[in-house]
Design a protein around this ligand. Structure first.
Ligand code: SAM
Length: 214
């Protein structure tokens, strides 16, 4: 079995810091969270490799750098209420939970939801609330959210998510078509979204009522 702590530190040095991630809190959390615990046994030796990894149901855990970049873009101070769409393995969820007040996370595939619920319970997280539903509709009951992160690609920011984002809140999400997207960050100021594009990325599609159609 590999020395995961060593691999984790190497990942941070060679994939994260060298690519320009500089938020110390993000870097420290990546050094702490055991990514191997979110990965199926058959891929465990690849846990810290520089690419996405299958998590079942044709879904993937994102490449470590993309997780770090999206987290850094959220610019968390520690007191935020976050909505995450696309729980997947729960790795990104755990990172968010360490850096904020609470995380509401939605996964549409029941088997992933059940599996990840167990993983996050075993790791002892008390500020993560998981839901098995269509995240493209958001989660109205607990809105508004200071931050929203979507880890699946849509053609645009779903209207319900825009509505559920708090004033001065921020959303980070891949937007494009099924084959290629741009990572965008949008701040809600005076009830209007101000968008910045962070370049090309590739994500699995956001499936649902306000999800991808082309
Ligand atoms: N952040 C995850 C991680 O760390 O493992 C990776 C997520 S994976 C790239 C995208 C996830 O979004 C998949 O698990 C997929 O089932 C989920 N998804 C797609 N459409 C969704 C929707 N409408 N609502 C909730 N989850 C959705």
């Amino acid at each position: 079995m590999s020395d995961f702590k060593k691999l984790r530190n190497e990942m941070v040095e060679t994939q994260i810091i060298t690519r320009g991630i500089s938020d110390k809190k993000v870097i420290n959390i990546l050094r702490k969270i055991p990514r191997e615990k979110f990965i199926d046994k058959k891929f465990i030796e690849e846990a810290y490799d520089d690419h996405p990894i299958p998590i079942g149901e044709n879904q993937t855990i994102s490449q470590p750098y993309i997780v770090a970049l999206m987290t850094e873009l959220l610019r968390l101070k520690g007191n935020e209420k976050i909505l995450e769409i696309g729980t997947g393995s729960g790795y990104q969820t755990a990172i968010l939970a360490e850096l904020s007040k609470e995380v509401y996370s939605i996964e549409r595939i029941s088997s992933l939801y059940e599996k990840t619920k167990k993983t996050l319970q075993e790791l002892g997280y008390k500020n993560i609330f998981l839901f098995n539903s269509d995240g493209s509709e958001g989660l109205k009951d607990f809105a508004p959210y200071d931050r929203i992160i979507v880890t699946a690609a849509g053609n645009e920011i779903p209207q319900p998510l825009e509505e559920q984002l708090a004033e001065n809140g921020r959303i980070v999400m891949p937007v494009g078509d099924r084959f290629m997207q741009n990572l965008i960050m949008a701040d809600k100021i005076n009830n209007k979204l101000h968008i910045i594009n962070y370049g090309a990325v590739t994500f699995v599609p956001l499936i649902g009522k306000h999800g991808i159609s082309i």
